[in-house]
Write a protein that binds this ligand. Structure first.
Ligand SMILES: [Mg+2]
Length: 402
C-alpha cells in the first residue's frame, strides 16, 4: 500500500448547546500582566484551541475544525483531527512531500522520517502535525485490518473506563461551581477537575479564592468523589507548596501543571515536598520529553496529549515508560476516541481514568458521526475499524481545502 495524497480540510458548522460554553476561563501564564489578567473568557475561543468557536448567533456557536485525510492506492483513506490551523501548514509545506509514496502501514518508518526532517520542530505545532499524520496512518491500519484501535494496541484490558469531568470553561464562583459539581456527580462521574483563576500575582486574597473554590466543590460532592485541581502552568514552586498545604484538607487527587512545562526541576522540587500528588506533561512532547519528567521524578501523573505529543506511535512508547517509572498516564483530552483506545490497552493502574472535557469535547467531537460521550461517568471504546471517527456531513455547513 502507498500513500497517494494528503488533504487538509477546514470544516465549519453550527453547534447548538445548552452548556454555558466558555463562560469561565483558565488562569494563564501571561496573566502576570494586568492587561491580560483582565481579559475575559473570549480568550478561550481565540483560535488557539481546537476546534475554534467563533460567534454565537441565535443560540448557535460557529465551530471550525481542521482535519487531515491520507489517501492510499488501496482506496482506504485515513482520517484524523480536529487539529489547529497552524499544523495544517506544517503538514502541507514540510511533510506532504515526504509522505507521498510511503507505505502507510510502516508507521515507525514514517514517524522517524517526519521527526528527523523536522529537527527544529520537536515540540509545539510541528509535533502536532506529526501527531495528526501518525493518527491518520493508524486509522488506515485499522481500516485495512478491520480492527478498532484498542484491538490493534493489544487491548482491551477493559472496555469501559471511568471518566473524570473536566470543568474547563465553567464559571468558578464557589456557588456555581458547587452546583455544577453536583450535576457531574448526578450524571455518574466519580471524579471532576477544576481550573483555578488565581496565581502568585493575586496575593493572599487569590489564595483564599482558590481554597474557597475547592472547599465548595468538596462540600458539594461529598467525601467519595475525586477532585483534581489544574493551575495551567501558572503557579510557581513556592506558591504551589503553600497552596498544597492549604488544600490538603480537601484531599485533591492531584495538582496539575503547577509550574512552567520547561521547569522540570521545579516540578521535582514541588513533588518532593507536596502532600498532594502532582501531574503534568500536557505541554510536553515525545518519549524524550516524557523521559525527562520521569527521570527527574517530576510527576505522579503524566498527561501527554495524543494529538500533540507525537500521535499513537509515540503515546504507546510514553505509556511503556510511564509504567516502568510507576507514573500514571492519563492523556490530556483532545481526542476522546483515541485516548479511550489507548487507555483501554493499558494496565488499569497505569491509566485509571480518561479525561472528558465536558465543554471542549462537545466541540472537538462536533463533526463526528459517533462522538464518544460518557454514560454514567464511564467512557466505552469505539468498535469501528481504525480510530472510530467519521465526519457527519449533516453537520458540515462549508468546507475549505487548505
Ligand atoms: Mg490540564
Amino acid at each position: 500500500m502507498k500513500i497517494t495524497d494528503i488533504r487538509l480540510e477546514r470544516l465549519s458548522g453550527q453547534l447548538s448547546s445548552d452548556l454555558p460554553l466558555f463562560e469561565g476561563r483558565v488562569l494563564r501564564p501571561i496573566d502576570v500582566y494586568p492587561e491580560h489578567r483582565a481579559e475575559g473568557s473570549e480568550v478561550m475561543s481565540a483560535g488557539r484551541f481546537s476546534p475554534s468557536i467563533e460567534t454565537k448567533d441565535s443560540g448557535k456557536w460557529q465551530i471550525t475544525g481542521t482535519f487531515v485525510f491520507v489517501d492510499t492506492d488501496d482506496g482506504i483513506t485515513g482520517l484524523a483531527g480536529p487539529g489547529h490551523a497552524g499544523e495544517a501548514n506544517f503538514i502541507k509545506t514540510q511533510l506532504r512531500h515526504l509522505l507521498i509514496g510511503e507505505d502507510p502501514l510502516a508507521t515507525e518508518r514514517v514517524w522517524d522520517k517526519m521527526y528527523r526532517h523536522l529537527i527544529h520542530g520537536r515540540k509545539g505545532e510541528p509535533m502536532f502535525a506529526v501527531s495528526l499524520v501518525d493518527c491518520a496512518l493508524w486509522d488506515i491500519r485499522g481500516k485495512a485490518s478491520s480492527m478498532p484501535l484498542y484491538r490493534m494496541l493489544g487491548g482491551p484490558t477493559r472496555k469501559s473506563i471511568p471518566a473524570y469531568a473536566s470543568a474547563l470553561g465553567f464559571p468558578i464562583g464557589p456557588d456555581q461551581a458547587a452546583e455544577q459539581a453536583k450535576r457531574f456527580v448526578s450524571d455518574g462521574y466519580t471524579a471532576t477537575k477544576w481550573f483555578v483563576r488565581d496565581g502568585p500575582m493575586d496575593g493572599e486574597i487569590g489564595k483564599d479564592r482558590n481554597v474557597e473554590l475547592i472547599a465548595a466543590i468538596r462540600e458539594a460532592v461529598g467525601p467519595d468523589v475525586e477532585i483534581m485541581v489544574d493551575a495551567w502552568n501558572s503557579w510557581d514552586v513556592r506558591y504551589t507548596l503553600d497552596m498544597a498545604k492549604r488544600l490538603e484538607e480537601y484531599r485533591p487527587r492531584w495538582l496539575e501543571e503547577v509550574v512552567k512545562p520547561d521547569d522540570i526541576s521545579g516540578y521535582a522540587r514541588v513533588r518532593q515536598a507536596s502532600p498532594i500528588r502532582i501531574s503534568g506533561g500536557e505541554h510536553e512532547y515525545t518519549r524524550w520529553g516524557a523521559r525527562e519528567y520521569f527521570e527527574k521524578g517530576a510527576v505522579d501523573v503524566y498527561q501527554a496529549d495524543t494529538l500533540w505529543a507525537g500521535g499513537i506511535s509515540e503515546m504507546i512508547k510514553i505509556a511503556a515508560l510511564a509504567s516502568a517509572y510507576e507514573v500514571e498516564l492519563i492523556p490530556h483530552g483532545a481526542s476522546v476516541p483515541i485516548n479511550a483506545a489507548i487507555t483501554a490497552a493499558q494496565s488499569p493502574p497505569t491509566s485509571p481514568y480518561i479525561e472528558y472535557l465536558v465543554q471542549w469535547n462537545e466541540m472537538s467531537q462536533f463533526f463526528f458521526k459517533n462522538p464518544i460521550k460518557p454514560v454514567d461517568g464511564m467512557v466505552t471504546v469505539a468498535e469501528l475499524p481504525g480510530l472510530g471517527i467519521e465526519i457527519d456531513e449533516d453537520k458540515v455547513d462549508s468546507r475549505e481545502s487548505l
